[in-house]
Design a protein around this ligand. Structure first.
Ligand SMILES: Cc1ncc(COP(=O)(O)O)c(C=O)c1O
Length: 389
């Protein structure tokens, strides 16, 4: 069939994830599948979300389901601006916020807005596997930069990849797939590097901050405030993970209030939201999230799963950095990751190979699942590790 060559290649390369969306819970012969492939949370949304949804549904008003303004409803944008101003100590207004179709919608409008054909975007590896596709969607070139062995930022590696064609760097912290939170000091070094390069090249390199997991943090860790570190920040946030509503496709993008020409940038982001076909973010959800700033699922639920899974996997001989945030474990495994993944599949355990995230020799395990799924999968994890030891 005459589909585009690029899409055909993308389909072939993403076969692991595409299959993961088929949603089967059992093997053909009826055995339980332990599915750790997707960050599609099995923890239900917080009660505040359900209550607010009822309030909105029970108080309809004319035009409620019509198109919203392209940048989103003023009420939602103002609520977010107020929350950001309070948390960050900066003067955000509704004019610095645009409602988006999830974090993914935000990343796509940002990249469309910034990129001329052939301009480069730096992506840190291991990486969220959709970034190269999102960059390619808008004619950009993805430049991978390795992080250190412990997945911390390697600023020299980043510096070596910056060229006059560099338009942006994407930073995702807490990170998918590694669970790393980048330190304040390392982020400040990146910000200084961008300032130096901006002076050298007489242009702006933007820091696109993917904040998908900003609320899922463990052990009382603090997330460094990127807005107070880099004035060239464009922030892509999402309600998918904090409210456990990824299917509802709602998030927001915010630009640093002190960024030069932020008005022009906001107009451009709004234009991109329109012409990418989103028009505006899903409108019912805009009404619902307006009153839910700061609401989040019980993080203790995820921390409990992380601890039980990490403790058990360590005992079985798996080695990994214990995630500081997000809900993925990224163990280094002996041998080839694709072979290891196939062996786990024979035990009914589904995970993704590290090579899908730019780092072979690892596997990614999403632990946003029921506790029984973790518990019941452990004999299979043990069996496969024993085969490789
Ligand atoms: C790192 C990262 N960024 C962005 C997204 C997109 O999330 P959404 O579009 O549901 O907000 C995800 C989803 O899993 C993610 O892991």
């Amino acid at each position: 069939m005459s589909i585009s060559i690029k899409v055909k290649e993308g389909l072939a390369a993403s076969s692991w994830t595409v299959k993961a969306f088929d949603g089967r819970a059992q093997t053909v012969s009826g055995e339980e599948l332990y599915d750790f492939r997707l960050g599609n949370p099995k923890i239900e949304p917080p009660v505040e979300f359900v209550e607010e949804l009822k309030v909105v549904a029970n108080n309809p008003f004319p035009g409620m389901h019509g198109y919203s303004a392209l940048a989103g409803h003023a009420q939602a944008r103002e609520a977010i601006a107020q929350m950001l101003s309070k948390e960050r100590g900066l003067n955000f207004t509704a004019h610095h916020v645009i409602m988006t179709a999830g974090g993914a919608g935000g990343l796509n409008i940002i990249l469309k807005t910034l990129l001329n054909p052939g301009e480069e975007v730096i992506v840190l590896s291991p990486l969220y596997l959709e970034y190269p596709y999102y960059i390619d969607n808008h004619g950009g070139v993805c430049c991978l930069v390795e992080t250190n062995a412990d997945f911390t930022l390697n600023v020299e590696n980043i510096a070596a990849k910056i060229t006059p064609r560099t338009k942006a760097i994407i930073i995702n912290s807490p990170n998918n797939p590694t669970g790393t939170i980048y330190s304040e000091e390392s982020l400040k070094s990146v910000a200084r590097l961008l300032d130096d390069k901006n002076r050298e090249f007489g242009k702006d390199i933007f820091l696109i901050y993917d904040a998908a997991y900003q609320d899922i943090i463990y052990d009382g860790n603090k997330l460094p405030d990127i807005f107070n570190i880099c004035h060239n920040t464009i922030f892509a946030a999402s309600y998918s993970k904090p409210l456990s509503i990824p299917g509802e496709r709602i998030g927001y993008t915010a630009v640093h209030p002190e960024m030069e020409n932020s008005g022009e940038l906001m107009d451009a982001l709004t234009f991109s939201n329109r012409v990418l076909g989103y028009l505006s973010a899903p409108v019912l959800m805009q009404h619902v999230v307006a009153n839910l700033q700061g609401v989040c699922v019980d993080r203790a639920e995820y921390q409990e799963r992380r601890d039980m899974f990490c403790d058990a996997l360590e005992d079985l001989g798996y080695s990994f950095q214990r995630p500081m945030g997000a809900y993925y474990i990224f163990p280094k495994i002996p041998g080839d990751d694709v072979v290891f993944v196939r062996e786990l599949a024979k035990e009914g355990i589904l995970v993704l190979p590290g090579k899908s995230f730019g780092r072979s020799g690892y596997i990614r395990i999403a632990f946003c699942v029921k506790k029984e799924t973790i518990k019941n999968s452990l004999p299979g994890f043990k069996e496969v590790m024993n085969r490789f030891m």
